[in-house]
Design a protein around this ligand. Structure first.
Ligand SMILES: Nc1ncnc2c1ncn2[C@@H]1O[C@H](COP(=O)(O)OP(=O)(O)OP(=O)(O)O)[C@@H](O)[C@H]1O
Length: 343
């Protein structure tokens, strides 16, 4: 008898990603900062919170990796935000070792105060995962984001009025050299939970995930169920499809903007307003955003409203003054040119 369908589904998802990874390593051109030499037995780490999604991911990695000549390890990050978080981290380490993963590490981080508490925890976590992956020379770090997480991200973006780059949600491959991989973006949360249950894997339920103080938690427990009730089942799947379609569109527009950029700069490299005006707004705004980031505006603090304001220097010129952007960047018109630089 084969494995339970839920276990088969999570293993297949991980097997696909491991195959992709091996292909990328044989084909280093796909990621220029990846070393051309393929290590004899690459190491893949799973980032595990102890929750159902990442425990399921760890179990599938432990099963599939040895069959492909890949070493499987694990890491859990202790954000130190709840009493007893260090004990939980120790427990996760133990469970990962029981699955046969090696090396397994717990990393304690200090969560800063920049942005909201969730964003600060995420920044600290990724910094720790980056450092650990470097230290072990890991070929990849797997993350347990599911199709449900993707659907929630799309809905949150829609509610904020975001553009299609935000609506494209989380990428299957991201980070330096394509380090982060998300094998479960097409696997639903129920399947991951079921896979843990039938394999008798104990899982930890983060109280934050059920706390109505958090937007994502309210969306998960109230928003999405209400949408499904009103519109029928399949909303999650449809939103995840929107993410994929948006990603393809956003990539195409980014590429168009990169190509158009040189044609809107004069010999001195300044942006020419008349030429920018002639471009479709989606392409023009991408060029303005890139110019602001190049001048030193931090990407994470540069919002659509900032770019819209700069855009009005092109499309609604009434002699307005300089626009201040995050990172002390200033955008202003000088005759027929747009200058974006450190103020
Ligand atoms: N404390 C942590 N240590 C290591 N990895 C983590 C940690 N928290 C989250 N991750 C990684 O990021 C992914 C997404 O995080 P998120 O907070 O959405 O998940 P979760 O609900 O905490 O737990 P899980 O995905 O494990 O059920 C996790 O699946 C896991 O791969």
């Amino acid at each position: 008898m084969g494995p339970h369908p839920a276990v088969a589904a999570i293993r297949l998802a991980v097997r696909r990603v491991l195959h992709d990874l091996l292909n990328d390593q044989q084909n280093p051109g796909a990621h220029p900062d990846r070393p051309a030499e393929r290590p004899p037995s690459p190491l893949v780490l799973v980032a595990c919170s102890g929750g159902a999604d990442s425990m399921a991911l760890a179990s599938a990695l432990a099963f599939e990796a040895p069959r492909l000549g890949i070493r499987a390890g694990g890491v859990t990050v202790d954000h130190g935000l709840q009493p007893g978080s260090d004990l939980r981290a120790d427990e996760v380490v133990l469970r990962l070792r029981q699955l046969g993963l090696d090396p397994v590490e717990s990393v304690a981080v200090t969560v800063g105060r920049d942005g909201g508490p969730e964003a600060a925890a995420r920044d600290a976590r990724y910094a720790a995962l980056d450092a650990l992956a470097e230290r072990h020379g890991a070929a990849a770090v797997l993350l347990g984001h599911t199709r449900d997480d993707q659907a929630e991200t799309v809905l949150l973006g829609l509610a904020r009025g975001s553009g299609i780059r935000s609506l494209s949600g989380m990428a299957a491959v991201s980070g330096a050299g394509g380090r982060y991989r998300r094998p479960f973006l097409h696997v639903d949360r129920q399947t991951a939970r079921k896979a843990c249950m039938v394999q008798s894997l104990p899982v930890w339920d983060d109280p934050h995930n059920a706390d109505p103080a958090y937007t994502r938690s309210r969306l998960r427990h109230e928003g999405l169920p209400a949408l499904e009730k009103a519109l029928g089942k399949g909303v999650v799947e449809a939103l995840a499809r929107t993410a994929q379609l948006s990603r393809d569109d956003a990539d195409a527009l980014d590429s168009w903007a990169r190509q158009a950029e040189s044609s809107v700069r004069d010999a001195g490299g300044l942006l020419e307003c008349a030429k920018l005006y002639a471009l479709p707004p989606a392409v023009r705004r991408r060029i303005l955003r890139r110019a602001a980031i190049e001048a030193g505006a931090p990407a994470g603090s540069l919002f659509a409203r900032h770019i819209e304001e700069v855009d009005r220097l092109i499309t609604g010129w009434r002699g307005q003054g300089a626009i201040n952007l995050p990172g002390k960047v200033v955008a202003q018109r000088q005759g027929g040119r747009l200058v974006i630089r450190q103020g």
